[in-house]
Design a binder for this molecule. Structure first.
Ligand SMILES: Cc1cc2nc3c(=O)[nH]c(=O)nc-3n(C[C@H](O)[C@H](O)[C@H](O)COP(=O)(O)OP(=O)(O)OC[C@H]3O[C@@H](n4cnc5c(N)ncnc54)[C@H](O)[C@@H]3O)c2cc1C
Length: 424
């Protein structure tokens, strides 16, 4: 990258002729390399070619999904007791591969990867099982991005290093904002609405009191980032704060484990805090940083949910194409009946469009910074597309699409859950 050209590729007002010449030369060589003579100013901003490292990452994740996740996915998804649905040995393997720590900077022991690298991996893992992607890849954002967002250097060094060291072999994180009486309202500026969990300061400690619900990785995580009111007379922007709460602290217990209609390889649970004593250093950043953390979580969640949706949509599309190739009706494979072919083409278009918006969202996060509207757009579009694609997959399969021993009903169950993963 030339000095004098900002990261988004736009030119500052004045450039010396020498700098301009060098810039145009670099653009010309980019055009030659990618073979597209139409690309002009700002062209290097857009590239859909993965690097060799990204292709390796993608292949590693694809192999993991195919060999480790797919063979057990439906068996675990259908276990009657939700407490039995997370295959911890597979989760451990995903963590060992670095899929839950890849966006943590390398100085703390993480992979130092970009949002795009992460989305590529997440799509593959979700192709194997959307819920498992929520558990393993989700862990890499849920408790991690709040620490990166507002954590002090000593908090980053302590907690991110611990997450990467993976001391118990299955170190997961969780993010706890939602409460029984507070979902979409979490950012409310009305002091009488929003989060009711409180963290009351006493000397150099805080006393945490309240309950959270639907928390992904609840009951499995080693570290929870919990949002609580440090000032109940104020709205979210001043009164909400974030705390680091390790599992097992006295007074912290796990309540109901949710019995979901799909996405069951991710565990969702109620968290109960009964006068949990937290040292001052567990306040993440400063008092009042909670809303920033929540907004950052929306960005993280947007591209995470988008990537999971693309992976599961692709899985449903592939299942439908394979079935349509083999199922013969009216004297030929149903693939060749125009009505079926049109559905498959519509599905392919939606997968492609979803991935493009997702990658744009990741590019923006990597090159420019977080954007809540773009992250929300990726989440809404990709999860809506996954809904449509999984419904069409069921249609392509006819009666077989409604039988539980086929994968497509599972895919549709997963698709229902993806957009709910957080408020937008
Ligand atoms: C699989 C799964 C994983 C989850 N993981 C986590 C997690 O890890 N951490 C966490 O904190 N939470 C988590 N959640 C909770 C999730 O973030 C909430 O479900 C979500 O924020 C919505 O809140 P709610 O369910 O209370 O719905 P509500 O906020 O009660 O909304 C109910 C309906 O009303 C609509 N609505 C609400 N407010 C408005 C408004 N102002 N205008 C118009 N319509 C409105 C909503 O769109 C929705 O249709 C998870 C949920 C699921 C299902």
């Amino acid at each position: 990258m030339l000095s004098g050209i900002d990261r988004a590729g736009s030119a500052p007002a004045l450039l010396s002729p020498a700098v301009l010449m060098a810039f145009f030369e670099s653009r010309a060589s980019t055009r030659k390399k990618c073979g597209n003579p139409c690309q002009t100013w700002g062209a290097s901003m857009i590239s859909f070619s993965l690097t060799e490292e990204q292709i390796q990452l993608q292949q590693t994740a694809r192999k993991f999904a195919k060999e480790e996740i797919r063979p057990i996915s439906f068996e675990y998804d259908r276990k009657p007791d939700p407490r039995d649905c997370v295959p911890m040995d597979v989760v451990r393997k995903g963590i060992e591969l670095g899929f839950s720590t890849m966006t943590i900077p390398s100085e703390y022991g993480g992979g130092g990867c970009s949002a795009l690298d992460f989305a590529i991996v997440c799509e593959e893992v979700a192709w194997g099982d959307a819920g498992l992607a929520g558990t393993v890849c989700g862990s890499g954002r849920l408790g991690v991005s709040p620490i990166l967002c507002v954590g002090t250097e000593s908090q980053k060094r302590k907690w991110l290093t611990e997450i990467c060291a993976n001391p118990n072999g299955a170190y997961l994180t969780a993010f706890a904002l939602t409460e029984p009486g507070c979902g979409s309202d979490a950012a409310s500026e009305d002091p009488s609405a929003g989060v009711r969990t409180t963290a009351k300061r006493t000397g150099d400690s805080y006393i945490l009191k309240g309950a959270k619900c639907f928390i992904s990785n609840g009951g499995l995580a080693s570290l929870y980032v919990v949002l609580a009111k440090t000032d109940i007379t104020k709205g979210a922007s001043e009164g909400l704060s974030a705390f680091l709460v390790p599992a097992g602290l006295p007074g912290f217990s796990i309540g109901k484990i949710e019995d979901k209609i799909g996405f069951r390889l991710c565990q969702n649970a109620e968290l109960v805090f009964e006068n949990v004593l937290l040292p001052q250093e567990n306040l993440l950043g400063s008092e009042g940083d909670g809303l920033r953390v929540a907004m950052d979580a929306l960005c993280s969640d947007g591209f995470l949910a988008g990537a999971i949706a693309v992976g599961l949509a692709r899985a449903a599309f592939e299942a439908a194409v394979n079935y349509a190739r083999e199922r013969v009706q009216g004297g030929q494979p149903i693939l060749y009946h125009q009505a079926v072919g049109t559905m498959l083409v519509d599905m392919a278009i939606l997968v492609e469009a979803s991935r493009n918006l997702l990658w744009k969202c990741c590019w923006n996060l990597d090159q420019v910074g977080p954007s809540v509207p773009l992250a929300s757009a990726a989440k809404v579009f990709c999860s809506d597309a996954a809904h449509q694609i999984t419904s069409k997959a069921i249609e392509v399969l006819g009666g077989y699409g409604l039988m539980k021993d086929h994968c497509c009903p599972n895919f549709q169950g997963w698709a229902h859950l993806v957009p709910c993963k957080s408020a937008s």
